[in-house]
Design a binder for this molecule. Structure first.
Ligand code: SAH
Ligand code: SF4
Length: 438
């Protein structure tokens, strides 16, 4: 496919209309690739965008802001960065001129670089984002992030890791070896970039070509951790990022509109509920251990019985706060009437919603999506047992943005090199490398 090549003006997305050549408008897909955004000469300066309040406080202390002023200054910066979407310290009119200059000398308000933006014919947008390098051996990770506009909500699907250590057999991301965990700043910044790209800040005009809400969809009202990675293998950063995203004086998303999806990392589930207080989704996909071992190999470590027990005791679970069980429909594998009846039996007593996901194919997969009448029949059995059983409409399939299709080409380092690198330069987390149980 032909692609358009352009400069995104120095990471100031408000001022960065995305030009798309006519040749790129094929089949309703607009593809912007090879964007040669040159990183601003941020040598030595780090971005404050997406930091937690505590991190922000530490940064201000580093440049000599007196202890007695810290709380007030954090409040001011928080307002500009997380509520107003400021991209320039000069906009911060209630911060004195001298401090603004000091801030600009030491820090930036840069976002992760938007390497490409693809727009599906159904309005779904997928961004390939490049995170700045965390050290001399890290070239900067690339991850994908997807925005799905619907009439009653706008959902942003964020990534928590670059790739995934787990190897669920039906998932494209699972074929990419994990490169690293994302920091909480990198996770929260995905929401900030997405707001930039669709013009979702108070008082800011949408950039040219942005999706305009009321045109069949909403600004970002929900966040789901269903992009690349296993969020519960990066729980510290996920919990902190949820704190940033849900702060009432900033990005302001309700925790009830933030859903973390896990393949079943049982020991971390209670912590997620207790500390992040978010909604939970479980990638169930099979109702027997032998089949789940094959589809979701983590099941060998945390089998169905343990997983369902952790759901029963998930903090805050109730009929008003149900757990979503995701079930991917794989032709001839997990889609029989018997599977549907067993599913209902297994979930008895757990406040649950069941989400049937038509399998999204990707190059090289051995699976096929169940036929439509099979999915309907399955859904009918689940529905008759008293569960809402919506079939999730695949979104953004044409741009490989649907569930399980995400994969970036970030260079993969060998595990040992990575470990050395991370202990040496203190990059974030050493994720469950031995947990490739996978
Ligand atoms: N790692 C987490 C979250 C990311 S995956 C997890 O596994 O829950 C988000 C959802 O997409 C999961 O339910 C996952 O099982 C599902 N998924 C993965 N590959 C898919 C595919 N090819 N088609 C449909 N759903 C898929
Ligand atoms: Fe990782 Fe989730 Fe994909 Fe499994 S389904 S490989 S846990 S991203």
């Amino acid at each position: 496919m032909a692609t358009a090549s352009l400069d995104i003006a120095k990471r100031n997305p408000h001022a960065a209309p995305v030009a798309v050549s006519d040749a790129a408008r094929l089949d309703g897909i607009e593809k912007v690739a090879e964007i040669t955004a040159v990183a601003a000469a941020a040598a030595g300066r780090v971005s404050l965008v997406g930091l937690t309040r505590d991190e922000l406080k530490a940064k201000l202390a580093d440049i000599g802001v007196p202890e007695r002023e810290l709380k007030m200054r954090v409040g001011q910066l928080w307002h500009w960065i997380s509520l107003r979407g400021a991209t320039d310290f000069e906009a911060m009119t209630n911060v004195g001129k001298a401090l603004r200059a000091r801030l600009a000398e030491a820090f930036t308000l840069e976002r992760p670089q938007v390497v490409s933006e693809q727009v599906s014919k159904d309005g779904t947008r997928k961004w390939l984002l490049r995170m700045p390098s965390t050290g001399p051996l890290d070239k900067g990770a690339e991850i994908e992030c997807v925005y799905i506009p619907e009439v009653d909500r706008g959902t942003l699907c964020v990534s928590s890791q670059v790739g995934c250590t787990l190897t669920c057999s039906f998932c494209h991301t699972g074929t990419q070896r994990l490169v690293r965990n994302l920091t909480s700043q990198e996770i929260a910044a995905q929401l900030i970039v997405a707001r930039d790209r669709i013009g979702d800040w108070p008082g800011h005009a949408a950039p040219q070509g942005a999706f305009v809400p009321n045109d069949g969809g909403r600004f970002i009202s929900n966040v789901v951790f269903m992009g690349m990675g296993e969020p519960l293998y990066n729980i510290d950063n996920v919990v902190n990022a949820i704190g940033v995203m849900s702060d009432n004086e900033g990005l302001g998303l309700s925790r009830r509109r933030i859903t973390v999806s896990t393949s079943g990392v049982v020991p971390q589930m209670a912590r997620l509920g207790g500390e992040a207080n978010s909604m939970l989704a479980i990638s169930l996909h099979a109702v027997r251990d032998d089949l789940r071992n094959e589809l979701v190999p983590l099941n060998k470590k945390y089998p169905l019985q343990d997983l369902l027990e952790a759901c029963r005791t998930y903090p805050g679970v109730s009929n008003a706060r149900r757990i979503t069980f995701e079930y991917v429909m794989l032709k001839g594998v997990n889609d029989s009437d018997r599977d549907a009846r067993e599913l209902v039996r297994l979930l008895k007593g757990i406040p649950a919603k069941i989400n049937l996901i038509p399998f999204n194919p990707w190059p090289g997969t051995k699976y096929e999506c169940s036929d439509w009448d099979r999915i309907e029949r399955f859904s009918e059995i689940v529905f008759r047992a008293g569960y809402a059983s919506p079939v999730r409409t695949p979104r953004g399939r044409d741009i490989l943005a649907a569930c399980g299709q995400l994969k970036s080409e970030t260079e993969k380092l060998r595990a040992r090199t990575r470990l050395m690198l991370e202990s040496g330069i203190g990059a974030e987390g050493v994720y469950a490398l031995s947990d490739g149980e996978a």
